[in-house]
Structures are given as C-alpha cells and as structure tokens.
Design a protein around this ligand. Structure first.
Ligand code: PEP
Ligand code: MG
Length: 589
C-alpha cells in the first residue's frame, strides 16, 4: 500500500530505489561496504564474536551448576539456554551471511541489519511471550558486537526465560543493479562520510535538522535526502520501494505505477536542468551591473577538491578539517598525516586558495559516535570547536603546524571556528605564532597563511571590531549563528520549524557584519548553508556580500542567480527586507 512520510527537505532531487535499513544499536557500529575478497574475513569476524559469547555463556552455566539447585535461579539457567539457542540459530547465522555475501555489508552492519529484520517479525507476533524474545535477541547481538570490538561481554541476561526458536528472516533482492536508498534512525556525520563513495541513491533519517552535520554531508554528496522523518525507520521495511523527493522533503513508500511514472518524469526534468546549468562552468560569476562575485566550495575531505574544481569553484572557502578526526576510535591524525591531507587538498585545487578551518569537533560532530566527554548535557554549548582545541594545546599545535607546513605548497588560509572571547583570540594567535617559530627553529618549510575567524556566535557578531582588529578575513557561519541567535538546536527536528534564516535578528547580525567588513575593506564571506540556497542569493548580494562558499554541487545554480542579479536594484530592496517584521513575506516565492 502506498503511503508517504513527511520530513525536512535536505538535498535536492529525486531518488527511486529500494530501502536499506540501518538499525540503530546501543553499541556504536560502523557501516561500510567491503570488497568481495573480504567476505570470508567478515564472516569469520562474526563467527569469532559469536564463539566468544557462546563460551562466556557456557562458563556462566558451569558457575550456575556449581552453585547447586538452591542458589542457582532456575529462570537464569533457562534464559542462558535461550541465548545459546538464538546464537546458534542457523537462520540468524545465514541471514548475517547473506548481508555480508550478497550486499557486501561489513560484519557489524550485517549483524544489526539481521537483528532488525528478525526483531520486526517478533514485533508482529500475537503471542506476548514470543514478542518478549526480541529483547533476548537484542542482548545477544550486542554481546556479539562487543566481542567483535574486543570489549567485555560479561553481564547477566535480563529477560524472562524462553525456549523457542527465533523465526527466520525472509530476504530477497539479489538484483544488485537496483538503486539503494538508506533509511536509518540516525546516521552520524562520520558514517555518512563512509557512504560518500556513491553507493546510495538517497538517504532518509528519523532525526536531524536541515543544517545538522549529517544533512550537510548528505547535501555535499548531491543526492536526495530527507531528515527529520521521525518514524521512517520503523514504518519502512527492508527492501521496500521508495521515492525520495528531496525538494519537498517527502518519502513515498511502495509507490503505485502512476506515481512512479510521474516521479520518473520529474527525475528526467531535473537531469535536463542540471546539464543546462553545467554549461555555466566557465562563465565568470559577474552580476548584470558588473559586480564580481567569488563562488567558493565547502569540502569535507581532500578528495572533494576534484568536485570543487569541476563545478567551477574559484577556491575552497571552508575545509571542515574535523572529518579527518572522526571515526578513528580517539586515535587522532598526527602532524604528518594531517599535513599530507591538507597538501592533497591544496594540490587538488591547482593553485586556487584553500581555507582550512581548524578542527570543529563536538555538538553533533562527535569524534566516534560518543559526545565529547563532559559536554553531554548541552553539547552545542559545550566543549566544541576552538574551545576543544584550546583545551588541548598540544593537539592544536599539531594541527597548526600541519596547516602551516601544507601552506608551503599553495595559497592557504586558516580559519578558526566558534570564537567569542578576546582571551580565546589571543591564545589562538599565540599558538599560531608558536607553531611558526617551532617550524622555523626546526628548519621545516612552511608557508604564510592568512588567519580568519568564523562569525557564528552572536557575541562575535556584536563585538566585530575586536575581530576586525585581529584577523585578515571573516566568514559568517550562518548555520551556527542561527542556532545560537534563536536558541534552536540545529540538529533537532522537533524545533526545525523555528530554525529561521530570515528571522529579523539573524538578518540584522548578518547585514551588520557584511557592512562593517566592507566599510573596513576586510574580506568577508558566508560559508553556512545560506550561501548555497538560491532563495537567499539575491538578498545576500543586496546586503553587499560578494563571496559565497557552498557545496560544489550548489555552485552552478547560485551562479545562475548571480548572473541574473543587478546589485544596484537589489540594495534598496535588501534594506526593506532588513527593516521588515516579516522579511520572508518580501522574498519572491
Ligand atoms: C556554520 O556554522 O555555518 C558553519 C559553516 O560551520 P559548521 O556548519 O561546520 O558548524
Ligand atoms: Mg559552525
């Protein structure tokens, strides 16, 4: 039966494919595709994890037997039997093998997918007693996952005893040419990055706001995505046919042939539009009244430089260096590794400037799925970005040295996130100076790098003079500026309707920052998502902005807006928007 799920539109376009569900687990699980030669190894990893848990259960059983019938709880003994049976259930085992062998999922992903498949069958059972077996299955799966990660698996089972076998999963979809659409409760930015290799035609998540970092990575991949779809991962089943309408923020499940035909048509139209825009590649971004506009790229990995150049970016305005720090089990990249990564990005841009932002870990960008220690109460207000860097000067110095060394290979700018205090500015600049002196003393080649600050906390926007005195350039991080001005968690879909780039307070901070920078001749850009939103291009041009940094895929459409704009006419209109109680009412569409 066809039904639709509504969420937030994140990345444009239409995807049609079959659902791949990523189950959420209490154990942090990596999701990635393996090579076909690695199938045997992954199956072995699951087997070893399972054997370790079986052994542990046998040990527990022995202990219980030694206790004697009086002290050994009968229920516990029966429950251990159930766990053993579930662990050795052939169909559970075969299901896991299927995901590894036929879909090339890594071992952990295969295990959680199979858990999800079987758990749903338990949910649908009438018999309450059988339904309760789901938690047994979850417990043993988590134990196997822990065993695979070398973590302790000990702990007594907690559910009531049972004695029946788990039902088998019913798996189909052997056709590997069918486009796949990822559906998950939540995908961490680091996991999203793993999927950048282009295996999925679209993404749907239950949680997340439009400018959550997961959404940002999805957008950078230029494939349709919907976030904040609330119960999507419970309503959609493995292998369901799905349409993702990334423009409307809608997911259509099990579409009828008429709906499918309509969306296939829309897909073709979008392709035509894309090729039309691609023809603007070599057209300089100049407005009708001759104003030159710089269109820069936001990138997450050095390899993204290729897409940046291909779409006509004239430099990188934001390299989110924190993606080099994620998914490494706390093992941070050393100076050499960072230097090589920055160098690859610089060389990839072939002489165009690259702005490397120092690490912005924290809030919705945890390093390894877990939040930064001590910031769990309110991570967006906690030890994030420059605060985290200054809390660990040795780590920060390593990054600063790597950036300065990479600057010997091409034009580099360094940008600092989330500054608010003069003391932070002073500490940061002192550490940059220290890094320079160290490199000089050691005789290592390094380059000059301009230093800029992100204006993304209202306090920074309101004390702009201090920033203008200390930095070579500024960049408005509107994603955070909106979050902190309106007190709206950018990653929380339940308040996403209040996350408003056109709120008069936000526009005031943006407009004043641009105006003050222009008045002092200081370069200023916008590198938040606002810069890549074509609905905002004219307003930002009217407010005096001449430098926009966005996902490479957004550059052609924004360029088209620039080519059609006359800043002389936009200026008075932008002032009227700025003065309005409801600025959105003055914007076209
Ligand atoms: C921003 O806050 O607008 C920004 C560009 O940084 P990030 O999205 O990585 O927080
Ligand atoms: Mg930010």
């Amino acid at each position: 039966m066809t039904f639709s799920i509504h969420g937030l539109a994140v990345a444009r376009g239409i995807a049609i494919g079959r659902a791949v569900l990523v189950a959420s687990s209490r154990v942090d699980v990596a999701h990635y595709f393996i090579e076909s030669e690695q199938v045997g190894r992954e199956i072995d990893r699951v087997r070893r994890g399972r054997d370790a848990v079986v052994e542990e259960i046998h040990r527990l059983q022995q202990t219980i037997t030694q206790l004697g019938p009086k002290d050994a709880p009968h229920e516990l003994k029966a429950l251990l039997d159930v766990h053993l049976m579930l662990l050795q259930d052939e169909e559970m085992v075969e299901g896991v093998k299927h995901w590894i062998r036929d879909r090339l999922y890594n071992a952990e992903w295969a295990l959680t997918t199979q858990l999800e498949t079987i758990a749903r069958q338990f949910d649908e059972m009438e018999d309450e007693y059988l339904r309760e077996r789901k938690s047994d299955l979850e417990q043993i799966t988590e134990k196997v996952l822990r065993a695979m990660q070398g973590q302790p698996t000990t702990g007594l089972p907690q559910a009531a005893p049972a004695g029946r076998k788990a039902p088998s999963s019913e798996l189909q979809l052997e056709d590997t040419d069918v486009p796949l659409v990822l559906v998950a409760h939540e995908i961490s930015p680091a996991d999203m990055l793993q999927f950048k290799q282009g295996v999925f035609a679209g993404f749907v998540t239950d949680v997340g706001g439009k400018t959550s970092h997961t959404a940002i990575v999805a957008r950078s991949m230029d494939i349709p995505a919907v976030v904040g779809a609330r119960t999507a991962s419970q309503l959609v089943r493995q292998d369901d046919w799905l349409i993702i309408d990334g423009d409307a923020g809608v997911v259509i499940v099990d579409p009828s042939p008429i709906i499918l035909a309509e969306y296939h048509y829309k897909q073709r139209q979008l392709d035509v539009e894309r090729s039309r825009l691609a023809r603007l590649l070599n057209t300089p971004a100049v407005t009708l009244d001759g104003q030159k506009v710089e269109l820069l790229a936001n990138i997450e990995m050095p390899e993204d430089a290729l897409a940046a150049v291909k779409t006509g970016a004239v430099g990188v305005g934001l390299f989110r260096s924190e993606f080099l720090f994620m998914g490494r089990q706390g093992h941070l990249p050393d100076e050499q590794e960072q230097y090589q990564a920055y160098r690859r990005a610089i060389e990839g841009m072939g002489g165009l400037p690259v702005t490397i932002r120092t690490v912005d870990i924290g809030a919705d960008k945890p390093m390894d799925g877990a939040f930064v220690e001590g910031s769990y109460l309110n991570p967006a207000l906690g030890l994030r970005a420059i605060r985290w860097s200054l809390a660990d000067p040795a780590m920060f110095l390593t990054q600063l040295r790597a950036i300065l060394r990479a600057a010997a290979h091409g034009p580099v700018k360094m940008m600092i996130p989330m500054l608010a205090h003069l003391s932070e500015i002073r500490q940061t600049l002192a550490l940059v100076e220290q890094a320079r002196q160290e490199l000089q003393r050691e005789g290592l080649p390094f380059g000059a790098a301009e230093i800029g600050a992100m204006i993304e906390i209202p306090a920074a926007a309101l004390t702009l003079r201090t920033f203008l005195r200390h930095f070579d350039f500024l960049s408005l991080g509107t994603n955070d500026l909106i979050q902190y001005t309106l007190a709206i968690d950018r990653a929380d879909e339940s308040v996403a309707h209040l996350y408003d780039p056109l709120h008069p307070a936000v526009l005031r901070l943006v407009a004043d920052t641009i105006a003050e920078c222009r008045a002092q001749g200081k370069p200023v850009s916008v590198c938040g998502e606002m810069a890549g939103d074509t609905a905002m291009t004219r307003l930002l041009l009217g407010l005096g902005l001449r430098c926009f940094s966005m996902h490479p895929a957004q550059i052609p459409a924004v360029k088209q807006e620039v080519l059609r704009a006359d800043t002389g006419r936009l200026q008075p209109w932008a002032q009227a928007v700025l003065a309005a109680d409801e600025p959105a009412s003055l914007l076209p569409g």
